[in-house]
Ligand binder design. Structure first.
Ligand code: AMP
Length: 420
């Protein structure tokens, strides 16, 4: 299948040719004709599959072909996203794919001044990319109204629910015209997402590109058991020993992110941080520096995980496991993108065994474990099996009775590592 046979308009085809996009990705192959037909769509597709172009291209096509010009303070297509980073990334995609068409795209999100956003919306924008909270603020101040809205896209809808945007989303939906086309994209189809889909979509077509809740097949995943207090040390060791180039590291808390960045910088390794409590310009700068290869290691929390568009990153490291198993899928989606292969390595300590089991149950596979010679943990990570059951530590064999004065016998506790 080629982009031409999908029926996209000439100016869009010319842009794709210039971008050297030769063939559509599977999600683009499936989604573009459905969207062009005007059907509602619910699609399970991870970042890295080309899903942004999968909705941006047909959306631009339809905006060019249908409907009147956009009026002041209005928008014709609304794309809701969970994070500021993703808003910027999706906007950049619209600008890139729409470079040869006379349509205006813009992004609004919190953490920056609202006034320039109000000004920009005055003349109306064809495509508005928005995080829910800031969009509601702008709507309440009449900076944007939805009388002309033709299309609604929810991108990374599962993440929006995870981040607690359900109430804001409801308020936004009640302000939108009922007659519209709605597209819902989500990395995973949880029950909550299915319920949201039922409420929002009219007779939708469903696409499930990746096997449900599974990671891109090109990603080699494994767990490295280690004692909790030695994680930073192990990461520094791996970075040096394995000659890694640029690495994206995920940590659960802001403190853990900052501590690792500090430890790396002390060793003269360039590193930067992305987490929710850094001001937006600092987050964008960190990402830009990483993309420009000015820093070797970027350390991020899950809040920032969704928006990062970094091509063919060879290594993603989980300094600790995420609390929500679905975040694991998003984290490792940063490697092996667009067909490139990658490694996702999780440093796992004994107290994280429940998270590990939950991740394995979601993924439908146990993570192979590797031991790093000088870092074999004293607190062993219990064996996990599929289905989330943690194998309980067997009872210690009874101590053999030792005659006084004959010394202590060593008790063999068995092998706690999953050999799979
Ligand atoms: P996404 O999943 O939308 O974040 O896209 C992942 C990456 O794939 C982005 O860097 C896109 O520029 C790139 N991409 C998307 N579609 C194609 C295509 N058909 N051919 C080549 N690269 C693409």
């Amino acid at each position: 299948m080629s982009f031409t046979s999908l029926g996209l308009l000439d100016p869009l085809l010319r842009t794709l040719e210039r971008l050297n996009y030769l063939t559509p990705t599977p999600i683009q192959d499936e989604a573009i004709p459905i969207i062009l037909k005007g059907r509602d769509l619910m699609a399970a597709a991870q970042t890295g599959t080309g899903k942004t172009a999968g909705f941006a291209l047909p959306l631009l096509h339809k905006l060019l072909q249908e409907g009147p010009r956009v009026s002041d303070n209005r928008t014709r297509a609304l794309v809701l996203v969970p994070t500021r980073e993703l808003a910027e990334q999706v906007l950049q995609s619209f600008i890139m794919y729409g470079q040869d068409v006379p349509l205006r795209s813009y992004a609004v999100y919190g953490g920056v001044s609202i006034n320039p956003q109000m000004m920009a919306l005055r003349k109306g924008v064809d495509v508005l990319v928005a995080t829910p909270g800031r969009l509601l603020d702008l709507y309440r101040q009449n900076a944007v109204t939805f009388g002309q809205l033709q299309m609604l896209v929810l991108d990374e809808a599962d993440r929006m629910l995870d981040l607690g945007f359900a109430e804001e989303l409801d308020q936004i939906f009640s302000a939108l015209p009922r007659k519209r086309q709605t597209l819902l994209f989500s990395a995973t189809f949880s029950e909550a997402i299915r319920t949201l889909g039922k409420e929002l979509l009219r007779d939708p077509l469903m696409i499930d590109i990746s096997p449900r809740n599974a990671a891109a097949v090109t990603v080699k995943q494994y767990a490295l058991p280690v004692d909790k207090k030695r994680k930073t040390e192990l990461f520094l060791h791996l970075l040096a020993q394995r000659g890694w180039g640029q690495v994206l590291v995920f940590a659960r808390t802001r403190n853990a992110v900052d501590q690792l960045v500090e430890a790396l910088q002390k060793k003269g390794i360039t590193a930067d941080a992305i987490h929710g409590e850094r001001p937006q310009p600092a987050r964008l700068r960190a990402l830009a520096r990483f993309k420009a290869a000015e820093v070797q290691v970027l350390v991020a929390t899950d809040v920032a995980a969704r928006g990062l568009d970094i091509d063919a990153l060879p290594h993603v490291v989980n300094l600790d496991l995420p609390v929500a198993a679905e975040d694991y899928v998003h984290r490792i989606g940063r490697t092996g993108r667009a067909g490139a292969s990658g490694e996702a390595i999780s440093l796992v300590s004994a107290d994280e065994v429940a998270q590990l089991a939950a991740i394995e149950a979601l993924m439908g596979q146990t993570l192979p474990r590797q031991e790093e010679p000088d870092f074999v943990p004293t607190h062993r990570v219990p064996v996990t099996t599929l289905g989330g059951h943690i194998v309980k530590k067997p009872k210690k064999p009874k101590k053999p009775k030792i005659a006084p004065g004959k010394g202590k016998s060593k008790i063999h506790l068995g092998n706690w590592f999953d050999e799979s």
